[in-house]
Design a protein around this ligand. Structure first.
Ligand code: ZN
Ligand code: ZN
Length: 249
């Protein structure tokens, strides 16, 4: 597959097959005997940071910083959230943002393996608490192409030995989210999703996506999954954008 020139500089992620394990965030060698696959430079982005236990937003900017966790943050308390909880591995910035952009261009190979390992560790150490029984990817807008969330979800489900259920579909043509303001994004995403076939009844479902932006898409995923009978819906994303839940009601 041809890599667009603007992504060539991320090609460093591809060479890790040849040498010692590479840090999935920056692509530099993480060292053969490193305890973690994240290199020391990137580690601060992934350390346990204070989050809202409901929406999973990072609380660095909050006056509640001294607490490790708040039950519901000021932002999500009054919103109609359909998911039970959401978590992101790290903020969508710096080297991690570059890694995710590279992953979206070529969601496979060593980088996929590394990212799956990170997610597996994140789940197994209880950072998205719950007894997850099925994994569902956020669907691609266009059919006929496997996108990053699908690749990630499939591999992660396999590693965790969970059933993989790519059952969500956009049920009408939706405009691309890019370039829309937050309100327009919300409207664009409301009632646009459907469960292709119900396989989640009574089960705790973990929804997978690469980046959480406003949260509108995953909230819609959760809504239809709950309507299809899902018991609990959790959202796991690789990264969280600064826009997350910054919109006004
Ligand atoms: Zn690194
Ligand atoms: Zn919150």
């Amino acid at each position: 597959m041809r890599i667009p020139p603007r992504f060539k500089r991320f090609a460093v992620h591809g060479i890790s097959l040849l040498g010692p394990p590479a840090c999935p965030a920056c692509g530099r060698p993480a060292g053969k005997h490193a305890l973690s696959i994240i290199c020391p430079d990137c580690k601060p982005a992934f350390t346990n940071r204070p989050v809202c236990s409901r929406c999973g937003c990072f609380l660095e900017q909050s006056p509640m910083l001294e607490m490790q966790e708040v039950k519901e943050c000021r932002t999500c308390r009054h919103k109609q959230l359909h998911f039970d909880l959401a978590r992101s591995l790290a903020p969508y910035q710096d080297t991690w943002k570059k890694a995710i952009l590279a992953f979206k261009v070529r969601p496979g190979g060593e980088l996929l393996k590394q990212i799956v390992n990170m997610c597996r560790r994140f789940i197994s150490t209880g950072r998205i608490p719950g007894n997850w029984q099925a994994m569902v990817p956020v669907p691609a807008r266009r059919t006929g192409m496997r996108h990053a969330a699908d690749q990630l979800g499939g591999k992660l489900a396999e590693r965790l030995q969970l059933p993989y259920e790519p059952i969500l579909r956009f049920n009408r043509r939706t405009r691309a989210q890019r370039g829309l303001n937050r309100q327009a994004r919300l409207q664009n995403r409301s009632h646009t999703m459907a469960v292709a076939y119900p396989k989640v009844s009574g089960r705790n479902v973990l929804v997978i996506d690469d980046v959480i932006t406003t949260g509108a898409t995953v909230n819609e995923c959760a809504r239809v999954l709950k309507n299809a009978g899902a018991a609990q819906v959790g959202i796991l994303t690789l990264a969280q954008s600064e826009d997350y839940f910054k919109f006004r009601r």
